[in-house]
Write a protein that binds this ligand. Sequence first.
Ligand SMILES: *Cc1c(COP(=O)(O)O)cnc(C)c1O
Length: 479
Amino acid sequence: MDRDGLDPEDWEAFRAEAHGLLDLCIDRLRDARDYPWQLMSREAIPHLALSGEGHGEIAASRRIAREILPYHTGNTHPRFWGWVHGTGLAQGLLSEIVATTMNSNAGGRDHAATYVERAVIDWARRVIGFPDTASGVLVTGTSQATVVALMSARTRALGASSRAEGVQGAPLVAYAGAGVHSSSAKAMELLGLGSRALRRIPESDTGMDMNVLRAAIARDKAESLRPFAVIGTAGSVDMGRFDDLETLAQIAQAEGLWFHVDGAFGAWTRLADAPWRHLSDGIERADSLACDFHKWLSVPYDCGLALIREEVDQRAAFAARPAYLEGQSAGLAGAEPWFCDYGVDLSRGNRALKVWMAVESLGEVRLGAAITMNCRQAARMGALIEDTPGLCLMAAVVSNICVFTAAESLSPEEQSALNTRISHELQLSGKAVFSTTKVKGITCLRAAFVNHRTRDHDLTEALKAVVEARDALKLSGVL
Ligand SMILES: *Cc1c(COP(=O)(O)O)cnc(C)c1O
């Protein structure tokens, strides 16, 4: 028996364990409806502490199956609608096994992971409608993609020398709707521009107010500030709102601004049926797009995409290769361009394979149908809420998100307390996962549909559970 190196001591025992674990995982996904989120027992948590002693892969695998696997986020369950969490794909099991087996470093070089990632980016480019001058890179998610995109914008605005010189107090300002995701503010902070330089433009159900935007740009220019970017949102995280991207593209062009779109989940309405497809019209005119594969395309976590309209802008912002990373005309170090020149990371996993698997196995039509189904479900839940005494929609259902209160007759404070309690009760009982958000000072229940396992009966049953929890809480006098 070879005890040097780190491979399993007994490959046949390892094989048997792996097959058993795979069967268990397939059962969990096939029977996902039987496995809602459950609270991990407080006593079990300290058991995860690592003593540092090795107990062998068979023992470790058994512990994973018993002590870790049951305590998932719950987003694989059909009645999970909290935040915006993708459901995942059973098909991802296959690509993840192969990705681990290959253990590719996709920072660059000449091997399949590089070509798979190019194929995935090219597919996304075509769906979004970017020209073939576009480039991109797969990253952890939209948060990091936003940094990549806005760094490209910053470098275009200040010139390549700003990479060495820093921003030197350049008064760059950017604009976004009031409902813009916090990741855009964080990106502004990371880029040394500060989140205060991100102007929040008031918005309605149809996105940001374009007159206020124009006035804000004019005011900043008059004050000798340098407007450099406008961020359109395709699917706001709270409400599922879409900015009018066509108009934003026109304004950006007229004002000389970089037009970035946060399309974390909403970009994929490009694959949906009308009318939802048209929500993202104009996205093809953006200079950059940040979006996720792990939300509405259901690709297993984590996986996002930064897509930049002009490759030169992305390269100008990120390319940097010391001598030990020089490309070669032959051998493994070929296959320019390398992805390390398009983003922050040098060593990178093979994220692209699970996207390739999703698109190659399911195709655009089925992926798009799941998105259309979710938009219909949100509309249907909205209608059910309107028809249920005491429940009240707190915002128009624009795409896939429903925000409502469970007791409209109570005071704002009582509603907030009640809605919060209902969300806890339903989560803890495994009946459904709603998250919460605030509208006009009231903490509301919120359902975001990016779940390909949800069926219509889940909507009625979940709302019934909301009403029951509300009535029980009222009766028990907690309010
Ligand atoms: C989720 C989300 C983000 C952040 O994306 P991550 O993948 O979580 O980093 C940004 N914007 C919107 C609209 C989102 O829904």
